[in-house]
Structure formats: structure tokens, C-alpha cells
Design a protein around this ligand. Sequence first.
Ligand SMILES: C[S@@+](CC[C@H](N)C(=O)[O-])C[C@H]1O[C@@H](n2cnc3c(N)ncnc32)[C@H](O)[C@@H]1O
Length: 205
Amino acid sequence: MIDSISKVLNELQAQSTLEKSRKINVPPEDRMLAITKETGELLNMILRLKNAKNMLEVGMSTGYSTIWCAEAISEQSGKIITIEQNPSKIKRAKENFQKAGIKDTITIKKGLAIQILTELNLQERYKNFFDFVLIDADKENVIEYFDLIFPMVSVGGVIVTDNMLYPKKFREDMKKFSDYLKENPKLRTITSPIGNGEEITIKLR
Ligand SMILES: C[S@@+](CC[C@H](N)C(=O)[O-])C[C@H]1O[C@@H](n2cnc3c(N)ncnc32)[C@H](O)[C@@H]1O
């Protein structure tokens, strides 16, 4: 991994650890709420195994997960579209992408996920387009997000959803989501205990 990327990932990971342990006091709206390092490694590994070129992320925050993914996808000259509603997090993410040297790989869509996903879903060019998707925004709407995303995923494409097991307050919503996925014959899905619990879903047809 090139130095500029590992340096930014290490800084963000340290910040995330401090925030999670409440060793520093950050207002709730500014918290990173980042994936774990192990989840970052998992996403990076899947992207590499797939030689993925087109990724969609829902819930960028300050860009920790995006950078883990950009590190892999940039080697394929791939691109990431990522969605975030919080302007101050977008500002911090842009600074992080600049420092990491991966800003040209990433397009940020600012706004509400439901609105942006609906707009993307209506465009013919995004039909069967993304070979990798990370869903990591608000958990209440995860089924709606998935339904908008699924037609935009290529056959063989992978969708990872964070927070399947932790924090516990999301368990009920995430269990409903997992049960919903298991009814769909067009996909196969498993819940992995890595990080905060990652649902790994592959589109079969
Ligand atoms: C769990 S954090 C994402 C963490 C990020 N994936 C990472 O690992 O660094 C969720 C993010 O989604 C954003 N978000 C929540 N609800 C959203 C919505 N309805 N539309 C757009 N962004 C949303 C929040 O502002 C927050 O930054």
C-alpha cells in the first residue's frame, strides 16, 4: 500500500478508536461511525478478487471505508460513486481523499440517499453497472436502499451491508433485512461476524 494512503487510514483509524471509546468528546453529528479495520480489509480483498471497476457506496462519512475501497479499485482504474448528506463530513472526506492521493477515483453525491439512489436507478447507464456496493447509511431504510440498488448491480456483483450484528440497537432492522434477502432467489447471502457484522450478498441473476 502506498504511504500516503496508509498514513491517512492510520490517522482515521486512531480517530475512530478514540471516538468509539469516548476518550474524546465529539458531537454525535460529527462522529465518524466508521467500519472496523477488519471490514476495510475485507472490502479491499473482495474488490481485488473481483477486479472491480465500478463501486457505489451509501454512507461515506469522512471517507475511511471509501479510502479502503479506493486503494483496491484505483489499481483497476476503477471509480467510486459515494453518497453522503452531512456537509461537514463531506468537507473532511475531501481533505482525506486529497491527502491520500485518491481524489480522482471518487465522485461524491451530496444529499439524501433515497433521492440520489432513485435518480441513479432511473438512468439506463447504471442498469447492471456496479460490480461492488457498500451499504452503510441509516439502517431504517436499508430494504428500500437495497431494492433501488439491486437492478444497478451486475450479475456476479457483490453488495456488502455493515452493522448486521452491532450496535445491538440495529439488530431488529438488520434481521428483517437479512430475512428479506433470503427470500430472494436472484441472490445468495451470508452474515459474516467480521467487524460489526457484514452481510455479503452476491447477485446470481
Ligand atoms: C455509519 S456512517 C458511514 C461510515 C463510513 N462508511 C465509514 O466507514 O467511514 C453513516 C453515514 O451515513 C450518513 N447518512 C445517514 N443517513 C443518510 C441518508 N439518509 N442519506 C445520506 N447519507 C446518510 C451519515 O451522515 C453518516 O455519515
